[in-house]
Design a protein around this ligand. Structure first.
Ligand code: AMP
Ligand code: ZN
Ligand code: FE
Ligand code: FE
Length: 275
């Protein structure tokens, strides 16, 4: 049987609900041969996942999903195969995580001003395993306290861009993310381009060192995926894909929902080593 990989998975170190150990167990159960842990703005889930997979028939690649912004648009950049233990990376991520904590406090203040007084920063940060606090953690608290009926309502009513408790995030540009990851020996892939809608910016990102496109993504038509595969070939980019699984936090996807042939992992590795 051909080997397969799922290169886009979140753990509870960002806004997923599964521990790295649970992710590894699930991937083994699904018969996947290779996964990448790609938490938002943190590398904390990588070592525990590698440790959990030790001695098993499962390869765990280091990854990350960095939040960036260009022309007012949110752009997620996936980094792979970089030195995730580098001290300057940890320092840079610490800055991003501190900014996320400050933003959480500001969103809680906005909720206060809207008459919601029973959510504290401490309970959110204690409940979350992550240092990369995000809107889903606050949305979960709004649901738990029955202020809204579900996560979607929490975003629609309070947290979505333009809603009354929304606060924008610390932003770096996609180019800065590329420099950071490439400087650590890794490769950067544009995440879910079919959702992000920045096709016109791809040539500029390629010039800045973009290495790949995530052409395989859940709940997309074959036509759309072919379009991005062709775009990747045109720009000599690596093709990747993954489920973007978040455990119970995202019902429409799960580990193994998207599986790419292991050949593509080899291409990713070749792009990094320059062979
Ligand atoms: P943050 O990084 O804190 O801005 O949170 C972004 C995350 O919030 C995304 O990765 C989604 O998982 C989630 N999210 C964003 N918009 C919505 C929405 N309208 N409904 C539900 N979840 C959302
Ligand atoms: Zn997420
Ligand atoms: Fe994303
Ligand atoms: Fe993701």
């Amino acid at each position: 049987m051909t080997k397969s990989a799922d290169l886009h998975i979140h753990t509870h170190y960002s806004d997923g609900t599964m521990s790295p150990q649970e992710v590894v167990a699930d991937a083994l159960h699904c018969g996947i041969n290779c996964i990448a842990i790609t938490d938002h703005d943190t590398v904390d889930g990588i070592s525990p996942a590698i440790e959990a997979a030790r001695g098993c028939d499962l390869e765990v690649l280091p990854g990350i999903e960095l939040s960036t912004e260009i022309n007012g648009k949110d752009v997620h950049m996936l980094g792979y195969l970089f030195n995730w233990q580098d001290a300057s990376l940890i320092e840079q991520l610490q800055k991003i995580q501190n900014a996320r904590a400050e933003r959480m406090k500001q969103m809680i203040q906005k909720l206060e001003a809207l008459g919601i007084h029973n959510i504290s920063f401490e309970e959110i940060s204690d409940a979350a395993k992550t240092k990369a606090l995000g809107r889903p953690h606050l949305a979960a608290a709004l649901v738990e306290k029955k202020i809204v009926g579900n996560m979607r309502a929490a975003f629609d009513k309070y947290l979505a861009e333009g809603a009354p408790a929304y606060v924008p995030k610390f932003k770096q540009t996609p180019q800065e993310a590329i420099q950071l990851i490439k400087g650590l020996g890794g490769i950067v892939v544009l995440a879910h381009p079919m959702l992000t809608n920045v096709d016109e910016l791809i040539p500029g990102l390629v010039a800045a060192g973009l290495g790949g496109l995530e052409a395989h993504y859940p709940n997309c038509s074959v036509n759309v995926m072919c379009f991005y595969e062709n775009l990747a070939r045109k720009h000599h980019l690596v093709i990747t894909g993954g489920s973007d699984a978040h455990g119970a936090a995202k019902k429409h996807t799960f580990i193994g929902k998207v599986r790419i042939p292991y050949d593509l992992v080899e291409k990713l590795k070749e792009a990094v080593t320059g062979k």
